[in-house]
Design a protein around this ligand. Sequence first.
Ligand code: GAR
Length: 207
Amino acid sequence: MKNIIVLVSGGGTNLQALIDAENSGIIKDGKITCVISSKPDVYALERARNNDIPTRVILRKEYSDSVTYSKAILDALREEKADLIVLAGFMTILDECVTKEYAYKIINVHPALIPSFCGEGYYGLKVHEKALEYGVKVSGATIHFVNEKADAGAIILQGTVNVENDDTPEILQRRIMENVEWKLLPKAVSLFCQDRIEIINGKAYVK
Ligand code: GAR
């Protein structure tokens, strides 16, 4: 059974999708053993507590830079004996001290079709604002491994939705979450826990 540590910073709807998938047996061979938040009082922490999942709060604002913050996260991940780390709406970029030690063991959900609308500064609603500003007709979400460059690790799964003429960033965000993120993130976690993701020449393939 793999120890899954979920990192959050907000409402935690993706965390909820993971909890539901674990409870209904969609995630096999893995268990969410800890939720770590970079912010206090976020609803994601409530969701964890409601499901008796241990929580830790490691406040980003208490650290002067991302390297010292990442070292604190690394200590926690080691203590929790993490086998898989899931960034589920985690709004902080992790330094390479974490991404190197956990290469191909950190999964992120990004709310766009990488390599579009991604990288530093593209997170949350901003991603959807940029996609609408550009005028794309399809968007979606990407589940990928995390490496030392923002949103540049090997892609595991992607899914799309149509963009409608009268979409707002909020409406598009919700459509992508419901139709793609909440389905594909648990699926990727399940595949990982069953050792069904193979890396060949830096690319991820589902076996
Ligand atoms: C999700 O849409 C997720 O894809 C996005 O933030 C939202 C978090 O929602 N993540 C990023 O933008 C990371 N770059 P949630 O807290 O309800 O899961």
